[in-house]
Design a protein around this ligand. Sequence first.
Ligand code: G16
Ligand code: MG
Length: 216
Amino acid sequence: SKKAFIFDLDGVIVDTARYHFLAWQKIAAELGIEFTPEHNEELKGVSRIRSLDIILKLGNIQASEENKNKWLKQKNEDYLAYIENMDESEILPGVVNILEFIKEKNQLIGLGSASKNARPILEKVKILHLFDAIVDGNDVTNAKPDPEVFIRAAKLLNATNENSMVFEDSVAGIQAANIANMTSIGIGDERILHEAKYNFKDFTFMDTSFIEAFID
Ligand code: G16
Ligand code: MG
């Protein structure tokens, strides 16, 4: 049977992780909270609402629902401004090559992202058509490390969890894939993503033979 290759979006397909960071950093600065790239690791793969809670906790701030909603809205508006002019040039190195190889081999491609902005981003970078299934922040109730997003994607692709491979740049996402018994692939810093079954700095370090070995 066919294998499912499920990709995270932010930090795996496109480098939007830095836009999320910039948008959050602006809010943190307004609140007088120090928010570093190290802190940001904890936000990767985490839903918008959970991300805000983590930042507020960092600053020991108790906020009203009203203020929280205001900041969530502001964060997304700033983020949307950053991604507005995105194009194919922002696809991370080696990604298209791997996606096309999986297609060539007649296997399945899914998206498993926490982002509610996933579809418009895939459209902007012109690879939406390569996906056989998309599960994003609009479809799930439980955020990574809960495996819901990946399990739903595998189901839509008619693949078992064991026949699914997940590419992730976040600790929470690797944990989610592992909980679901999927083959977890860390894309990024292997010291951070050490819970992954395999690690690659980026897709240019992954030979197509690695994909082929999972298919056979
Ligand atoms: C992404 C990012 C997170 C972000 C989340 C929600 O998930 O990694 O930092 O907070 O989506 O995004 P949005 O605010 O656009 O709904 P992923 O799973 O694609 O890495
Ligand atoms: Mg990510």
